[in-house]
Ligand binder design. Structure first.
Ligand SMILES: [Mg+2]
Length: 217
């Protein structure tokens, strides 16, 4: 895992946002709040009195029916589509209350930019993705493209998410290394379409990736 040799011949990095460009290990409170907001939308359909309980019901449903994501579960079980859910998330989510610039992350990403094409691929909403980048002080302009599941009509871990990014970017899967914090969402389906993968648990994994980019350019 995270072998620098996998960067050889790979010209593009497909970067996940949440839990990756602000590593999950240091932002549990924010990620818990994001779950609670999803739970708020589920209170009515699950007849739950509090968001945490609705979110637990949603997880039980997801597991019972074998859905790959919260997004898929809300759509398939309750007809709540990606766009509707995203407008709800945008209304309630305030990344600036929780997140702050991460100089180690921004520096590592800037080092990657020197030798690779950077593409952001997220299940977050297009508006929130840009709001988060601003809080993190990572310029949008560092990315050749920002793709959200809403734009693509497919959410991770659906393989179509990765296939459509290749189509939109005009690059084959073999050009990419997919970088993310969740193997089941960011890495396994990417590998299934032919991308290499890099797991991010903390900022040190992004620094190691930047080192690997420099060693293989
Ligand atoms: Mg993530």
């Amino acid at each position: 895992m995270n072998d620098p040799a996998t960067l050889v011949g790979r010209s593009a990095l497909l970067l996940d946002l949440d839990g990756t460009l602000y590593p999950a290990s240091s932002h549990r409170a924010y990620l818990e709040t994001v779950k609670r907001i999803t739970g708020m939308r589920g209170e009515e359909v699950y007849d739950a009195s509090v968001p945490d309980s609705a979110y637990a019901d949603l997880q039980a449903d997801r597991s019972k029916y074998g859905f790959g994501s919260d997004t898929e579960t809300l759509r398939e079980r309750w007809g709540i589509g990606i766009a509707e859910m995203n407008r709800f998330r945008e209304r309630w989510t305030r990344p600036s209350d929780f997140l702050a610039p991460e100089p180690r992350v921004a520096t590592a990403v800037e080092r990657m930019l020197a030798s690779r094409t950077l593409i952001l691929g997220t299940n977050n909403t297009p508006v929130l993705a840009r709001r988060i980048l601003k809080v993190l002080e990572i310029p949008e302009g560092w990315f050749a493209a920002i793709f959200s599941s809403e734009d693509l009509g497919a959410a991770k871990p659906d393989r179509a998410f990765f296939e459509r990014i290749c189509e939109r970017a005009g690059l084959p899967a073999r050009a990419f290394v997919s970088v993310g914090d969740r193997a089941a969402s960011d890495l396994d389906p990417a590998a299934a379409v032919g991308m290499e993968t890099w797991l991010v648990v903390g900022a040190e994994d992004l620094e190691a990736l930047a080192d690997a980019c420099e060693a293989t350019c």
